[in-house]
Design a protein around this ligand. Structure first.
Ligand code: GDP
Length: 435
């Protein structure tokens, strides 16, 4: 997905606009120690184009000159990560010194820029925005975040400047595996361990996209691509502080993958950020495997694995379908267990159930526990059919979709999983009216 970043001084209204763009989609907050407070990521869609959004607004630095340094950091980050930058200014404040500084940096970057003039609370009063032509980025767009006005114009302008991203370059029979996880969990070590295995044939020179290193390889007759974001260790001022935490890169790797390996440091356990990123894999319908690395240094007895698995289950309630593999990238102990699991979840992710089998399961489920009545009416399921794979997507035709309750849908999902496992993959159920 292409990326739109929002930059601007504190209090110009960036987060209001960010929230209006993502609507009720999930936002990922990234907490960072030290220099910055947080950065927020989300996804949006406008006129059929999907994109990611970053609100760089959280970046604030303490101390003298902090405002200028903060906006400079934001701008650098946006220039590095974004395809289009929304530069927000405040109609009431006019052009400030900090705005001029950001404008200079953005201008040098040659990235497409849209100037958004916020707080134009009376859109008739366009006089307020003329001065912003002076920033040198063409027509400014007038906004009122408070009234939710002008957002459509802003998105029209931003989306029209997005690059056309080409379709995925890999064949469908290639399993695309992304490794994600915090710095130092051992992603690079795991990549090296995998590619260094005896029966692995690295077929081509690794390809480098803007955000990851792709290594195609073959093992026991199956083709894979490893999408590795950890290998991207660029050097640079801002990179030293921000690159390590590049959630955006992880998000893009997830979007391109079939199977996401959520790498966890067995020595340290689970933190909030692991959840955000795993949640993104779930939302995007990817197969997932938890890989608990550094198992060599964990003190253990015959219960430790089960205990760790329980902890994972408690933290990732929404992903109980994902198997857990314990290994050591360093000693390669238990590494041989990883690929059978990857193959298995990839297969489940692409599994198709014949319609008659699916309907047998659903009628049995309904016979055991009929849908609860709601205001004297009850849900009637006519039939179900699988309409897609990666992830398996099932359409259920009913008399009235409003009568399908979350808990009953969950019950049906569990019944379907009980019959087919679908291990490692999310399932998508949709209801449609048809009597
Ligand atoms: P990345 O930031 O996730 O790519 O992590 P690295 O692969 O750079 O590893 C971070 C540190 O953990 C390095 O010092 C590795 O040697 C160490 N490490 C990685 N895997 C293991 C493991 O399985 N066991 C132990 N003991 N150390 C590991």
């Amino acid at each position: 997905r292409p990326v739109i970043a929002i930059v601007g001084r504190p209090n110009v209204g960036k987060s209001t606009i960010f929230n209006r763009i993502i609507g009720d989609r999930l936002a990922i907050v990234e907490d960072k120690p030290g220099v910055t407070r947080d950065r927020i990521y989300g996804t949006g869609e406008w006129t059929g184009r999907a994109f990611s959004v970053i609100d760089t607004g959280g970046i604030e630095i303490e101390g003298e000159d902090s405002l200028l340094r903060s906006v400079r950091m934001q701008a650098e980050l946006a220039i590095e990560e974004a395809d289009v930058i929304i530069f927000m200014v405040d109609a009431k404040a006019g052009i400030t010194t900090a705005d001029e500084e950001v404008a200079r940096m953005l201008f040098r970057s040659k990235k497409p820029i849209v100037v958004a003039v916020n707080k134009v609370d009376n859109l008739q009063r366009m006089d307020d925005i003329y001065e912003f032509y002076g920033l040198g980025f063409g027509d400014p767009v007038a906004l009122s975040g408070a009234h939710g006005m002008g957002i459509g114009d802003l998105l029209d302008a931003a989306v029209s400047k997005l690059p056309v991203i080409e379709d995925e370059e890999y064949d469908d029979d290639i399993i695309k595996v992304a490794l994600i996880g915090r710095p130092n969990v051992g992603k690079s070590s795991l990549v090296n361990a995998i590619l260094g295995e005896e029966r692995v044939i690295v077929s081509e020179v690794a390809g480098t996209t803007r955000d990851a290193i792709d290594t195609p390889f073959e093992k026991d007759g199956q083709k894979y691509v490893l999408i590795d974001t950890a290998g991207m260790r660029k050097r640079g001022k801002v990179y030293e502080t921000t690159e390590k935490y590049s959630v955006m890169r992880a998000m893009k790797a997830i979007e391109r993958a079939d199977v996401v390996l959520v790498v966890i440091n067995g020595e340290e356990g689970i933190i909030e950020q692991d959840k955000h990123i795993a949640g993104y894999a779930h939302e995007n319908g990817k197969a997932a495997v938890f890989v608990v690395n550094k198992w060599d240094v964990v003190e253990k007895d015959d219960k430790t694995m089960q205990q760790f698995t329980n902890t994972i289950r408690e933290h990732f309630l929404f992903m109980t379908y994902a198997p857990v593999v314990f290994l050591s990238a360093l000693t390669k102990h238990r590494l041989h267990r990883l690929f059978p699991v990857i193959n298995h979840v990839a297969e489940q992710h692409a599994l198709r159930i014949p319609t008659h089998v699916l309907n047998d399961i659903i009628s049995d489920a309904v016979a055991i526990t009929p849908p609860p009545r709601d205001k004297g009416r009850s849900l009637r399921i006519n039939y179900a059919t699988q309409v897609g794979v990666k992830p398996p997507t099932i359409l259920i035709f009913v008399n009235d979709p409003e009568l399908m309750h979350f808990s009953y849908e969950r019950y049906l999902e569990n019944k379907i999983r009980a019959a087919f496992a679908f291990e490692g993959t999310p399932l998508r159920l949709f209801t449609r009216r048809k009597s």
